[in-house]
Design a protein around this ligand. Structure first.
Ligand code: FAD
Length: 342
């Protein structure tokens, strides 16, 4: 019997597992893929994420997880009228596979039992105990007093638990050899409606030019991507010598009010699956912070589920309000996001 089973070794899950294990709780962290696993991501760690890593993991982000240019200087937005705004801030550029593996290793070093290549198939609660069906080589069950579901965007378990469909944004990005006349140290975001149905972006990882668009209707991805490439060629002298990789993924579609699903019974949600995601897909800080607050609420009120939820909500209130303000700010920059205005 575990105190807590954590599902998913992303930033939310590893932060939850590490925090519990450090305090002596018996915790199992399961990850469906073999670590290090691939996660589509621009890998931009904002200053807040760097600080959270230091606070929750007691160390700075290690150089071994970074890619060039290692330093991220902030974001340059182009609004829907084509006007650019520069927001400077310290940040880092990491490969998510290495960064997330490092976080999971830190959880293991603190005493969490980590099982990769192990998918959680279902959670059933009875008499204050959650039975989780897991599948590695074969299916088996484990039990815990609580589960923290940090499964990320697709939400197979969440859909089963809430019996409802989830809505997504599709991301489509390519990694390329080539050149462009933009400053590699910034993340560049484009909000013009003719370039994407949501946002488009450019950043650099180990000399690979990454160009992407996100769309509400996945069948439109390649159409908008080709428009974005044409725009970058015309405006920024983009030259693509060789396309190295195409990468299609999903993000939660955040709605007006930024609703959060905190959990169902003894299964708490944290990270992206709970609905924590800032504009331009900045979700690592929100994942870590919500994973931390979910387990702190459990540790504070282990035997009182109502207080666990009350505490979890209260302690994520500030980040939820920050998230709403950020979305509202973007609503002021582009009509595409108008509905997100406060
Ligand atoms: C194209 C793109 C670019 C992005 N760029 C940035 C960026 O630059 N900076 C930033 O901060 N955020 C970025 N994000 C968002 C960020 O990646 C996510 O918000 C963040 O990873 C959420 O963390 P998480 O721990 O909730 O989920 P995840 O990181 O997705 O982790 C969930 C884990 O759960 C595992 N899992 C899923 N189902 C199961 C199961 N049934 N059993 C066991 N394991 C399971 C998954 O394999 C995964 O490892 C980007 C997202 C996309 C799509």
């Amino acid at each position: 019997m575990y105190d807590v089973i954590v599902i998913g070794a992303g930033p939310a899950g590893s932060t939850a597992a590490k925090t519990l294990a450090t305090k002596g709780y018996k915790v199992l962290l399961v990850e469906k893929f073999k670590m290090p696993r691939y996660k589509s991501c621009s890998g931009q760690l904002i200053k807040k994420t760097m600080d959270l890593v230091q606070t929750y993991f007691g160390e700075a982000v290690p150089a071994s997880t970074m890619c060039a240019p290692t330093e991220n200087r902030g974001m340059i937005f182009t609004d829907d009228k084509g006007k650019s705004f520069r927001f400077e801030q310290d940040g880092l550029n990491v490969w998510r596979s290495s960064f997330d593996k490092w976080l999971a290793d830190k959880a293991a070093q603190s005493g969490a039992e980590v099982r990769d290549h192990t998918a959680a198939l279902s959670c059933v609660e009875e008499n204050g105990i959650v039975t989780v069906t897991l599948k590695g080589e074969q299916a088996y069950t484990e039990q815990a007093r609580y589960v923290i579901d940090c499964e990320g965007v697709v939400g197979t378990l969440k859909k089963k638990l809430l019996n409802r469909d989830l809505q997504y944004i599709t991301t489509y990005q390519t990694f390329n050899q080539g050149s462009i006349d933009l400053d590699y140290r910034f993340f560049h975001a484009y909000l013009q409606p003719e370039l994407s149905e949501y946002d488009a972006w450019f950043n650099v990882k180990d000399n690979q030019l990454v160009l992407g668009v996100s769309v509400k209707n996945s069948s439109n991805a390649e159409y908008y991507y080709s428009r974005f490439i044409a725009y970058m060629k015309e405006k920024h002298n983009l030259r693509i010598d060789k396309q190295l990789k195409v990468d299609k993924w999903l993000m939660p579609h955040i709605r007006p009010g930024c609703a959060i699903d905190y959990g169902v019974g003894r299964v708490l949600f944290a990270g992206e699956i709970a609905g924590f995601l800032n504009p331009m897909g900045e979700g690592i800080s929100a994942g870590m912070e919500s994973g931390y607050h979910a387990v702190n609420a459990i540790m504070q009120h282990f035997d009182d589920l109502d207080l666990v939820y009350a505490d979890y909500k209260a302690n994520t209130d500030a980040m939820h309000n920050y998230m709403k303000r950020q979305w509202s700010f973007v609503a002021g920059m582009a009509d595409t996001f108008k509905e997100m205005g406060l």
